[in-house]
Design a protein around this ligand. Structure first.
Ligand SMILES: Cc1cc2nc3c(=O)[nH]c(=O)nc-3n(C[C@H](O)[C@H](O)[C@H](O)COP(=O)(O)OP(=O)(O)OC[C@H]3O[C@@H](n4cnc5c(N)ncnc54)[C@H](O)[C@@H]3O)c2cc1C
Length: 505
């Protein structure tokens, strides 16, 4: 089509969109990336208040690895020539359960560290922890293998345990491995990183994530996740791509057969051979004529459950972490060991929340004599009170966060309130406005029930699609997370490149 200005237009510069645009441009496609904000990254960004530059989202990145043992994310950045300085945490997390069945345990990274720390917290759990890691490693290997072949014949012989474990829940899997209940409860603390309680979260997805955190260690970039997003943008520019900021896609353009042939932006029509959307399907479907959307796609989108959102509070403290008395990077606080209860009562009674101190991993991330705290208070669709109005919103969010800060002060025996120099609070309203997602969902759709990652990645090949349009990001096949949104972006780019090459376009 001679009127095409671009080979590919990518809508949205979140992790998935950035990686798509970068790998399209790197592979010689004339690429345009559209972003509605004035900076890239979506969740992967940073913001400044006073003397502090805050990380808005990233607690821990998995699948990074090192130069010597690069994992997927490392390879993606390396492939773009981006030299990111990573820091790693030797602990996975500390969990404090204040309920009747309470515990206070630290789970370490590294295979030995992980097994030893679970055994220390719950004597008698060593054997099951080792078995879990063996299965988790197989899961990670199998996932790698699945991504590298089109006809996975060998898969069923080499990874049979993975296939068998594929659709069992995390609870079933850990019971099967005879892990003591208390050790299970400690390990399952991690469920919120995938947004699904462990009775409905397939063991394979959970094991896969845990393996990467244990083996590769949780990784953080030196200069907030904004550094990652800027590094990808640099590569896009170096390979001749264009990025238009302050440019929300307003609609898609179609040919007579219903194929996407471009995007409407600033009231103008910009044409391309393929379009990749990092914006969630709900957003795209709301900006186009329904006649272009396959009926089954509408059904899928409506049937899917929106994933986790959050209230988050970012605190710049006028004292160092030592003065404050903080010793851990990630602390989960809960009042029950049951992940279904943690999930169902999110946002109620300070039942489950996370507190991070970035200075523990990156000592120089804030000015000398200061530190930063990051409160994450998970919330699900429906948890946000319906009586919050524009008038009482500020009061609501301040009060909501104050309760959690006070709870953490009491739990840890420290004084936070009188040391707060800066504070910023985000709620599902903030995320809805910033990310353009329904109800401020930050994890896309929940990977639970019929829509778990296993069934989703197999089923997505059979889901009808709007020709010329591919979705990437945390709402796609692999569920939420930096790693999975990068992966969907990267994979979609290579598929578009291959398609255009094959069609000789
Ligand atoms: C508080 C918080 C903590 C998190 N912690 C972690 C963690 O520790 N580890 C981890 O791996 N993951 C974490 N996540 C999840 C992770 O950030 C997301 O899964 C991932 O970043 C989603 O990337 P995405 O590609 O879906 O893009 P998104 O970040 O959703 O970005 C979408 C982009 O599209 C743009 N856009 C939308 N509509 C349009 C339009 N019409 N036109 C142009 N642009 C548009 C938006 O402006 C945005 O830039 C966290 C998220 C949050 C919010």
């Amino acid at each position: 089509m001679s009127q095409n200005k671009y080979d590919v237009i990518v809508i949205g510069a979140g992790n998935g969109g950035l990686m798509s645009a970068a790998y399209c441009a790197k592979n010689g496609l004339k690429t345009l990336l559209l972003e509605k904000h004035n900076i890239p990254g979506g969740c992967a960004s940073s913001f400044v208040r006073g003397r502090f530059e805050f990380e808005p989202s990233l607690h821990e990145l998995c699948y990074v690895g090192t130069k010597e043992h690069p994992a997927m994310v490392y390879r993606f950045f390396d492939g773009l020539g981006a030299d990111i300085k990573w820091s790693y945490d030797n602990d996975l997390f500390r969990v404090i359960n204040k309920g009747e069945d309470g515990y206070d345990a630290i789970v370490k990274s590294g295979v030995e560290g992980f097994v030893d720390s679970l055994e220390k917290a719950v004597p008698g759990s060593r054997e099951s922890a080792e078995k879990f890691l063996t299965l988790a490693k197989m899961t990670a290997d199998a996932m790698d293998y699945m991504g590298s072949v089109t006809v996975p014949v060998k898969f069923f012989s080499d990874y049979i345990d993975f296939v068998k474990a594929g659709c069992y829940s995390t609870d079933y899997l850990l019971d099967y491995l005879k892990m003591p209940k208390k050790a299970q409860a400690i390990l399952k603390t991690y469920w919120s990183y995938l947004g699904v309680p462990t009775d409905d979260l397939i063991g394979m997805q959970f094991a896969n994530m845990v393996w990467s955190y244990v083996y590769d260690k949780p990784a953080m970039p030196q200069h907030r996740s904004h550094e990652l997003s800027l590094a990808v943008c640099k590569s896009i520019y170096e390979n001749g791509g264009d990025i238009w900021y302050n440019s929300p896609a307003q609609g898609l353009l179609f040919d007579k057969k219903g194929r996407v042939i471009g995007v409407k932006v600033h009231g103008k029509e910009v044409y391309a051979k393929e379009v990749i959307s990092n914006a969630i399907p709900n957003t795209i479907y709301n900006m186009i004529d329904k006649k272009y959307i396959p009926k089954t796609s509408v059904k899928y989108t409506n049937a899917r459950k929106l994933g986790l959102s959050m209230v988050t509070a970012y605190l710049g403290m006028d004292c160092s972490k030592e003065e404050l008395g903080v010793k851990d990077y990630t602390v989960f606080v809960t009042t029950t060991s049951n992940t279904r209860e943690q999930y169902e009562r999110c946002g109620i009674d300070k039942n489950y929340y996370i507190v991070n101190c970035l200075n523990e991993v990156l000592p120089d991330c804030s000015p000398k004599g200061t530190c930063m705290l990051f409160f994450t208070l998970p919330m699900f669709d429906g948890d946000f009170p319906t009586d919050v109005t524009a008038e009482n919103y500020k009061k609501f969010k301040n009060e909501f966060v104050r309760h959690y800060i006070e709870d953490y002060e009491k739990t840890m025996g420290i004084d936070i309130m009188s040391h707060i120099e800066e504070i910023a609070i985000a709620t599902p309203v903030t995320f809805a406005r910033y990310l353009n997602t329904p109800k401020g969902a930050i994890y896309g759709y929940e990977t639970s029930g019929w829509d778990n990652v296993m069934l989703r990645s197999v089923g997505s090949k059979m889901e009808p699609k709007i020709p010329g349009l591919t979705f990437v990001g945390g709402h796609s096949d692999f569920g939420d997370g930096y790693n999975s949104s990068y992966q969907t972006g990267h994979d979609a780019a290579l598929q578009v490149v291959a398609r255009l090459k094959k069609e000789g376009k």
